[in-house]
Design a protein around this ligand. Structure first.
Ligand SMILES: NC(=O)c1ccc[n+]([C@@H]2O[C@H](COP(=O)([O-])OP(=O)(O)OC[C@H]3O[C@@H](n4cnc5c(N)ncnc54)[C@H](O)[C@@H]3O)[C@@H](O)[C@H]2O)c1
Length: 339
């Protein structure tokens, strides 16, 4: 069995989930980690028995590193991914693909014949997998309409204060839309396909003293196939409520609620998938979902098989293009159309 040598850049909050997953996998070995904060890098290196770097170029120059997990702030994703691809590494970048659409387009162009995956792990939840299976089966007819709702809580302190790149247009590239609710948007895009236009608005309702980006957003998506979806997201709720995605089909309604799936048919509600399966999701927060482990396992399976991984730069670009359209719609108070 081949053992893949993995490197990770950015030893912050989400890195714990990647690190614990890698640690639990037999065919992946953590070779090196990197963080500009030397103490963080060294602490992780000590815990997992690997090398520590403070300059990511050194990690990329390490011949033992074959795959790179990028878990850094949004504005660093594209330069790091490009450098990693140039160095011949295979890349898993945390979402979003970038904070900036023009940079994302450059990476999309470069990544066409290379291995670059984007971490939209909620596609791997048992609930979403089952929902997609039912939608594709045609058993309940075509999709009539959909809605997504994300009501979470992010506070000025410690959430925004502990990582100053958050909350700024230059480094985060937006707020609740680009960061917290992008997974739910991605699920709607997965089901709905290509987007024709978006119209909506963003605002900063509770954190206007603390951050320059939005904490709330509402919009509609018109898909090219005629489907209409509505979306609401906020970081201003009092708790992290389970996300909901409702998919109305001709003969039934599917409701994703957190990691559970319900089927509503003839006014009767059945729970099809209950809370988390037994997949790997160590060291994570509940609202991150249980999919990280499953995505990372499947990614290495695709590396092993020499296959193109399905959640690629294009998927990452599509989500970013859609949500950037919402920002533009809000700013210019008009519907934004896509080619
Ligand atoms: N998929 C998910 O569910 C999920 C959940 C949380 C966060 N994320 C994503 O993960 C990424 C990181 O978020 P986070 O919450 O862990 O942030 P964080 O601020 O906790 O961690 C970022 C880390 O990157 C390090 N860093 C900054 N510049 C660096 C550089 N030049 N070289 C090396 N290291 C550098 C920081 O020192 C810090 O340790 C973001 O893209 C975020 O959107 C994804």
């Amino acid at each position: 069995m081949k053992i893949w040598g993995a490197g990770l850049i950015g030893c912050g909050a989400i890195s714990r989930v990647h690190l614990a997953t890698i640690d639990a996998m037999e065919n992946v070995k953590l070779v090196a980690v990197c963080d500009v904060d030397a103490q963080k890098a060294q602490a992780v290196a000590k815990q997992y028995g690997c090398k520590a770097y403070t300059d990511y170029h050194d990690l990329l120059a390490d011949p033992q590193v074959e795959t790179v997990h990028i878990t850094t702030p949004h504005y660093l994703h594209v330069p790091m991914a490009m450098d990693a691809l140039k160095a011949g590494k295979k890349v898993l970048s945390e979402k979003p693909i970038s904070h900036d659409l023009a940079q994302a387009a450059q990476l999309l162009d470069m990544a066409k014949d290379k291995d670059l995956a984007i971490c939209f792990q909620n596609r791997y939840n048992d609930s979403t997998q089952k929902a997609m299976e039912l939608i594709r089966s045609g058993k309940y007819g075509k999709v009539v309409t959909m809605r997504g709702m994300v009501c979470w809580h992010r506070d000025a302190d410690p959430y925004y204060s502990q990582s100053p790149w958050r909350g700024s247009w230059d480094t985060e590239g937006g707020g609740v839309l680009i960061n917290q609710s992008i997974h739910t948007l991605d699920l709607l895009l997965w089901i709905g396909g290509e987007v024709a236009s978006v119209k909506g608005a963003v605002s900063t309702d509770t954190l206007y003293r603390d951050i320059e980006v939005e904490d709330s957003a509402h919009f509609v998506i018109h898909f090219k196939n005629g489907l209409l979806a509505t979306f609401y997201a906020t970081n201003s709720y009092g708790v992290n409520a389970p996300i909901t995605v409702e998919v109305v089909l001709e003969k039934a309604t599917l409701e994703l609620r957190g990691d559970s799936l319900y089927l509503i048919e003839n006014d009767e509600m059945t729970q099809l998938v209950a809370l988390p399966g037994k997949r790997l999701a160590p060291a994570g927060k509940g609202y991150w979902g249980v999919g990280h482990g499953a995505l990372i396992e499947d990614l290495y399976r695709s590396f092993e098989a020499g296959e193109h991984f399905w959640i690629d730069a294009q998927v990452g670009y599509n989500a970013l293009e859609t949500l950037k359209g919402v920002y533009q719609s809000s700013k210019e108070n008009r519907e934004i159309y896509f080619k």
